[in-house]
Write a protein that binds this ligand. Structure first.
Ligand code: 5GP
Length: 203
């Protein structure tokens, strides 16, 4: 029998490079999948419905909340974001390691509901570097950058509540660190109970 995959929560302050990090890892590790969230924000250039997010209206999102379709949801920068039960259940049952790339509010909800999930916070190397990365994106005004930096500080303060912290100074190193955490969770004796049972059942 296939063992259920493990759930990993990955959070970070915006501008830390979390999306790039997680996408790079899942692209080269076939057992790792990223859960596709629902959101009410507008798609950015190049984003596709059903691949990057399920883009829905506020009405649709609120109907899903009422129907208890979400395992967690939060309001981030004025838009709703949520992880549906459906998004993670089938992946986990198929044995995939599932990454929930979510904000700190969602992380707190998942930690409460699924205490066996592993939580990882990605830190920028410094506040100065984060400031520079947010500016280099060239998408936000001064006001928005100042607001995001303030929010980032609040999010970083919560990193101590996570199981692991990775500093994203150099992307390949950060990717190796993230993979090391995922592999070590999979190697825990408890996670290998099916393998142990199978070996012991041999005559
Ligand atoms: P973005 O709009 O830049 O894609 O995401 C904004 C923030 O929302 C990021 O911190 C991202 O991790 C978070 N986010 C994305 N999906 C979810 C989700 O399903 N639940 C929660 N709580 N946060 C999410």
């Amino acid at each position: 029998m296939l063992q259920s995959g493990h759930i990993f929560i990955v959070s970070a302050a915006s501008g830390t490079g979390k999306t790039t990090l997680v996408s790079r890892l899942s692209a080269c590790q076939p057992d790792i999948r990223i859960s596709i969230s629902h959101t009410t924000r507008m798609p950015r250039d190049g984003e596709q419905n059903g691949i990057h997010y399920h883009f829905v209206s506020r009405d649709e999102f609120e109907q899903m909340i009422a129907a208890n379709a979400f395992i967690e949801h939060a309001n981030v920068y004025g838009n709703y974001y949520g992880t549906s039960l459906k998004a993670i259940e089938s992946l986990s049952k198929q044995g995939y390691n599932v990454i929930l790339e979510i904000d700190v509010q969602g992380a707190e909800q998942i930690r409460r509901l699924l205490p066996e999930a592993t939580s990882i916070f990605i830190l920028p190397p410094s506040m100065a570097e984060l400031n520079e990365r947010l500016r280099n994106r060239g998408t936000d005004s001064e006001d928005v950058i100042a607001y995001r930096l303030e929010k980032s500080r609040e999010e970083i303060e919560q990193s101590l509540l996570f199981d692991y912290v990775i500093v994203n100074e150099e992307i390949t190193q950060a990717e190796n660190d993230l993979l090391a955490i995922i592999r070590s969770v999979g190697l825990r004796a408890k996670a290998q109970s099916q393998t142990i049972i199978q070996i012991l059942s041999e005559k």
